[in-house]
Design a protein around this ligand. Structure first.
Ligand code: PEP
Ligand code: MG
Length: 313
């Protein structure tokens, strides 16, 4: 019976060239955890929680106003736990809520979301975290619970920061909620020129990692709304200004020993991936279906670098 069982089981084999640059994966739904882990990625470079919340059908504010914080907390812990367990002990960087005010509009409670002329430049990411602190504290309670469960691979990633004071205020709230910052990795997304150009301040203040959110970094550097078809022809992550910001941050971080990564779409573009390897990024995080090709691109880029170095010796 054992032989029959073995014959019936599909052979699973993932061709995986070894790379010095880590290849990670972006995840948006707990249901995708197994599939994401099967890519043999070196961790999750971005776990978005917005889709998990959309799946609940009610806004976080709805839960809080209805006094159902614990119900919301359980959902949050459950979703992240599934992904963190699938990857343990590889790191899973969970991004705190980054929902522009128009994202949850259709949900129960969505009618109470404020109306803004330009949600992309508005109340989202760390800005919202630091004003809706009751929600941010709930997220921190979730992280604390996950660590208490032994999921020490869960890290916290703060979106849309543009000044080190935001990082400091977020950390103060984490400490107030009882998180041990010696044991939990806390990093920032670099997706504003403000954060990129002042990266030294963040390094000095103790960030554990940075991840480039190039989808946003591009729109804010080039003043091109990423959702506006009229100006889509101007939108490119390969604009020299975007590349210069990335190179500057990687150089400063490498000097200080701070881990760097990219979780924006551009990490999956061969030209960008090659360039990031050349400038010495620590890891590239790609969508599930792009992991294998990014790994190939990176392996080839590293080979070329090594061959060149060997021939120059
Ligand atoms: C980004 O901005 O590149 C990013 C990964 O975040 P999002 O696309 O969710 O804004
Ligand atoms: Mg972003």
């Amino acid at each position: 019976p054992k032989a029959a069982e073995a014959a019936a089981s599909p052979v699973s084999f993932v061709y995986k060239p070894i790379t010095a640059t880590e290849i990670k994966v972006n995840v948006s739904m707990a249901e995708a955890a197994e599939q994401a882990a099967a890519t043999l990625a070196d961790g999750v470079g971005l776990l978005r929680i917005e889709h998990m919340i959309l799946g609940l059908g009610k806004t976080p504010r709805y839960y809080i106003n209805a006094g159902k914080e614990d119900e919301y907390l359980d959902e949050l812990v459950g979703g992240v736990r599934t992904v963190a367990e699938a990857f343990y002990p590889k790191p899973v960087w969970v991004r705190t809520l980054d929902a522009p005010t128009d994202e949850f509009r259709g949900m129960e409670g969505g009618e109470n979301e404020p109306h803004e002329h330009n949600p992309m430049l508005g109340w989202r990411g760390i800005r919202r975290d630091l004003t809706e602190t009751d929600h941010f504290r709930l997220e921190m309670r979730a992280f604390k619970k996950l660590h208490e469960m032994g999921l020490s691979n869960v890290g916290i990633m703060l979106p849309l920061v543009q000044h080190v004071s935001e990082f400091q205020r977020a950390k103060a709230l984490m400490v107030e909620e009882g998180l041990d910052l010696e044991k939990i990795d806390v990093g920032i997304m670099v997706e504003t020129p403000g954060a990129a150009l002042t990266i030294d301040d963040f390094i000095e203040d103790g960030i554990d990692f940075v991840s480039f959110g190039t989808n946003d970094l591009t729109q804010y550097t080039l003043a091109v709304d990423r959702n506006n078809q009229n100006v889509a022809y101007l939108y490119t992550e390969l604009h020299p200004a975007v590349l210069t910001l990335i190179e500057y941050v990687v150089e400063r971080c490498n000097r200080a020993g701070v881990t760097t990564s990219i979780c924006g779409q551009a990490g999956s573009y061969p030209e960008m991936a090659k360039r990031l390897v050349e400038i010495g990024i620590t890891s590239i995080s790609a969508n599930i279906d792009a992991v294998a090709t990014v790994r190939e691109t990176v392996a080839r880029a590293e080979q070329i670098i090594m061959l060149r170095a060997a021939r120059e010796e």
